[in-house]
Design a protein around this ligand. Structure first.
Ligand code: GLU
Length: 446
């Protein structure tokens, strides 16, 4: 069978078997489109059913998470952990707590994680989990009771050498702390079973900053590859969470100016550049909405709704959530002269939006490559936990920088080798895929 037909057939089967899981379909389609040339060169991957196996998670767990709210009412949420692929290491990937979470979302994230984790060059497989729990408006004690109940069930299926979750949307240092405490209590084991831990109990320096810093290091590599840099560039960022905050910090350190950030209700435009002290205070300390920002900076403007992509910029960094840039948004960005887009969130651009960027020669850093810094430092946290040792901020930061540079170079090389020069989407997919495929080949049909 021709490679193209093979890929199409596996995709059709995937659609049938995973009915209605539109986000998973989208993530798979992007990877599949990149791999046709790989299967032409490597018929052994076809013979060994690598693609059929890689799209089927090794294990999918769904469980009840009962908890009691502050009024004494019983609440029930659904918990997920999809252990997608362990060919190159223990399952690794975050937990997302958000009302939109369902099996399709967790599977798209888990699928992407396989290739992202492979790209880091570190020994970590792919997994993802979470819950449809909505942390918004919950008291600290409600968050704690939920995290404890969630971990009571999850603890049966994870371990430092088996599956190591971390944070994602709605799961930060506080939630990781509560879950770690519960795991330790249940298992009587002080082990690196979660990453993103606090610095007093086994966390790694730079983990908090890693995704945002790594994103900017990656985009800087793309710019440098074309003789450009961040100096004097106007940057539009979406989101106001952990990824956005530290992306803004690093852009400012490199001489660019970030003029926006956003949450699910609207966005801030500050022509003086987003004030990070204020943003950190509102989001990390007070856990309030972005509308607060204008109280401190009256020159800034808060606008309800989407629209951040209509602000003219040189560089766009989507750091909020999946499918936040559609075809129209991409066309607007191109019309306004964007030269580079780096995906801080997972799958923030639709397939149509990616085409617009690539067809218009915009430097496009896909999530798998550009936001891999977070999970890379998670893997460094695992290493430090295993050694019972910790590296300095400068040591971890230097390793992160180097990892992002390697991801960029490997993506460039793979794209070139397979005839897709400057297409980092294809390059990252191929580079990430080949290592996993080789490991799967070596380990037999399992
Ligand atoms: N949630 C992050 C991601 O999407 C980090 C995962 C981790 O550190 O394990 O890659």
């Amino acid at each position: 069978m021709q490679a193209k037909q093979y890929v199409e057939k596996v995709y059709e089967d995937l659609l049938k078997r995973n009915e209605g899981q539109v986000e998973f379909h989208q993530a798979a389609k992007e990877v599949f489109n990149s791999l046709i040339s790989v299967f032409e060169k490597h018929p052994e991957y076809v013979e060994n059913g690598i693609l059929e196996r890689i799209v089927e998670p090794e294990r999918q767990l769904m469980f009840r998470v009962p908890w009691t709210d502050d009024k004494g009412n019983v609440q029930v949420n659904r918990g997920f952990r999809v252990q997608f692929n362990s060919a190159i290491g223990p399952y690794k990937g975050g937990l997302r707590f958000h009302p939109s979470v369902n099996l399709s979302i967790i599977k798209f994230l888990g699928f992407e994680q396989i290739f992202k984790n492979s790209l880091t060059g570190l020994p970590i497989g792919g997994g993802k989990g979470g819950s449809d729990f909505d942390p918004k408006g919950k008291s600290d004690r409600e968050i704690m009771r939920f995290c404890q109940s969630f971990m009571t069930e999850l603890s049966k299926y994870i371990g430092q050498d088996m599956d190591v979750p971390a944070g994602d949307i709605g799961v930060g240092g506080r939630e990781i702390g509560y879950m770690y405490g519960q795991y330790k209590r249940l298992k009587t084991s002080y082990e690196g079973v979660l990453t993103g831990k606090g610095l007093t109990y086994g966390g790694s320096l730079v983990r908090t900053e890693a995704t945002g810093y790594g994103l900017v290091y990656f985009v800087d590599e793309m710019l440098k590859g074309k003789g450009k840099n961040f100096e004097g560039k106007t940057v539009v960022v979406s989101g106001a969470g952990n990824v956005a905050i530290y992306a803004i910090e690093k852009v400012h350190q490199l001489g660019g100016k970030v003029i926006t950030c956003s949450d699910s209700n609207g966005y801030i435009y500050d022509e003086n550049g987003i004030n990070l002290d204020t943003l950190k205070k509102i989001k990390e300390v007070e856990r309030k909405r972005l509308t607060e920002y204008v109280k401190y900076h009256p020159q800034a403007k808060y606008t309800e709704g989407k629209g951040v992509w209509s602000i003219p910029c040189d560089i766009a960094l989507p750091c909020a959530t999946q499918n936040e840039i559609n075809e129209e948004d991409a066309k607007t960005l191109v019309k306004n002269g964007v030269i580079a887009v780096g995906e801080g969130a997972n799958m923030p651009s639709t397939l149509e939006a990616i085409d617009v960027f690539l067809n218009n020669k915009v430097l496009f850093g896909p999530a798998k490559a550009a936001n891999a810094g977070g999970v890379a430092v998670s893997a460094l946290e695992m290493s430090q936990n295993s050694m019972r040792y910790s590296w300095t901020f400068e040591e971890v930061d230097a390793k992160l920088k180097n990892i992002m540079k390697n991801i960029y170079e490997n993506s460039v090389k793979a794209a070139k080798k397979y005839g897709f020069e400057d297409n980092y989407v294809v390059g990252a997919n191929i580079a990430g895929f080949i290592k996993v495929a080789e490991a799967m080949m070596a380990q037999g049909i399992v």
